[in-house]
Design a protein around this ligand. Structure first.
Ligand SMILES: *Cc1c(COP(=O)(O)O)cnc(C)c1O
Length: 467
């Protein structure tokens, strides 16, 4: 082994090698970075030699070639984007792990413009004076929701935190026990309440809460009655919750109590029309007279990550002035994306297909089937390693919305002649762009609900490369 170790080239020798300059130019890296990568390779090869891991017998000991090769491979890996595009073959439209909503083309263009240019983000052009970023989106939000006033923060968790901190610190907030939800493991109503300094008063039981339970809990210390949308689970059987209008009435009888509804997903489009879920519309919740409502920008709304707060002007104005509103404020790119997203809603139902999230959720199974069939026949003619067939299945909405809702879809169920479903799906995840699939009954399943026609070439290439 010593003999081999002595033949291991030193980094300064490798730097003089022609291939060093070549690698530098081709990969557009600095001398310092390339040297650092080479050093790592030399050290790891030395370690392997020391523990005798390398099969050296009969191998021409061209350590330099070996080192340059592995350095280049690692360099390429390093240069790949860390936040990378993924083809979502799961059919789950609001996949939180895959970034939830895709933005509309108009939203993407507006984001690019806002990012590349100066803008009137906090500047009133008519007066040539400082303005507020909170005012920029308010008009459109008012129009879309029917509220008196509205504002935008970083996400819905931030909206909940802001409302509780600003309006209920050191005071009490009444919530039904059946609505103390946890969303995605990192958002818990009870924990966020504790962080905000508000005191949680639980009423009712897990399955039933009556109006009288709320009534009895109201005291001098009560600041808010809060209703939380049970976004990601369903209680079925012997259940009862109090409807929003009743809670609004109770609040109005106990002024200056505030009624706040955390809607979670916040649909502006009526999915029920298509027989999908029973998500309340933001417009209806506002119409029933709530003081405040908050919801996500990137769930059923189909926009950027944001938390939208709408409701009575008195409270919104107060929230806008709170220190936390500054902490939780959104970037110009978020506002740009949100503006175009809202405009698609305001342009009327004929334009709703501009929004990928809405379009994918209401997409017809027959349309998905055609796309799946096209993929299956192309895969069959491109590779002999695969057997694939069209199967009926269901897609979920995801993002902790519409629990239990399964919408009919079609999938391509694929088997590989030599690889297990796990092995194939692992390889597909390493492709560029990565392809994420579902595994069902030892088959790799691609649900075309979430795949655009523009992604078909990359999808096919990904499979063919995994042969
Ligand atoms: C999703 C959700 C949240 C958190 O919203 P984010 O925009 O992900 O921060 C809060 N409350 C409810 C009820 C939700 O469904």
């Amino acid at each position: 082994m010593k003999r081999y170790l002595r033949q291991l080239p030193a980094v300064h020798e490798l730097q003089k090698d022609l291939r060093f300059e070549q690698l530098k130019t081709v990969n557009n890296v600095t001398t310092a970075r390339l040297t650092m990568f080479l050093k790592r390779e030399v050290e790891s090869l030395r370690a392997e030699l020391l523990i005798g891991q390398q099969e050296l017998e009969g191998v021409a000991l061209d350590f330099s070639t070996r080192l340059f090769k592995s350095t280049e491979a690692h360099l390429k890996q390093w240069q790949k984007n860390r936040l990378a595009r993924v083809i979502n073959g799961t059919g789950t439209v609001l996949h939180t792990n895959l970034g939830r909503s895709r933005l509309s083309k108009a939203a993407v263009a507006h984001v690019a413009e806002a990012a590349a240019s100066y803008s009137n983000l906090e500047y009133r052009l008519s007066e040539g004076q400082r303005g507020s970023r909170h005012d920029i989106m308010e008009e459109l939000l008012i129009e879309a929701t029917g509220a008196e006033a509205a504002m935008v923060v970083n996400n819905n968790a931030a909206a909940v935190f802001l409302i509780l901190s600003a309006l209920a610190k050191e005071r009490e907030v009444i919530v039904s026990r059946g609505q103390l939800v946890e969303i995605g493991g990192s958002f818990r109503v009870s924990s966020i309440m504790e962080e905000s300094g508000a005191h949680l008063v639980e009423v009712g039981t897990t399955n039933k809460t009556h109006l009288a339970d709320y009534e009895k809990a109201i005291r001098e210390e009560t600041a808010i009655i809060m209703k939380v949308h049970t976004s990601n689970f369903k209680v079925i059987g012997f259940t009862e919750t109090v409807a929003t209008p009743q809670l609004v009435e109770l609040t109005n009888q106990n002024q200056p109590l505030i009624f706040y509804e955390d809607l979670g997903s916040g649909a502006l489009y009526d999915y029920k029309k298509h027989g999908i879920g029973d998500e309340p519309l933001v417009q209806q919740v506002i119409e029933s007279g709530v003081d405040l409502v908050s919801f996500s920008g990137d769930k059923l709304l189909g926009g950027p990550q944001a938390g939208l707060i709408a409701g009575k002007k008195k409270w919104i104005d107060y929230l806008k002035k709170h220190q936390l509103a500054r902490v939780l404020r959104v970037d110009k790119m978020t506002l740009a994306a949100l503006e175009e997203t809202l405009k698609s809603y305001l342009a009327g139902p004929d334009n709703i297909n501009e929004l990928p999230t809405v379009r994918d959720i209401i997409r017809k199974a027959e349309d998905i089937s055609l796309q799946a069939q096209a993929f299956i026949s192309e895969l069959q003619s491109s590779s002999t390693k695969y057997i694939s067939e069209l199967q009926e299945s269901t897609s979920q909405i995801g993002g902790g919305t519409m629990p239990g809702v399964e919408i009919p879809t079609y999938i391509a169920a694929v088997r590989h002649s030599d690889l297990s479903a796990e092995q194939l799906s692992h390889r597909l995840r390493q492709a560029t762009p990565a392809i994420v699939t579902r595994i069902q009954e030892q088959q790799v399943c691609v649900d075309f609900r979430t795949i655009d026609s523009s992604e078909m070439v990359d999808l096919l290439a990904g499979f063919v490369d995994c042969e």
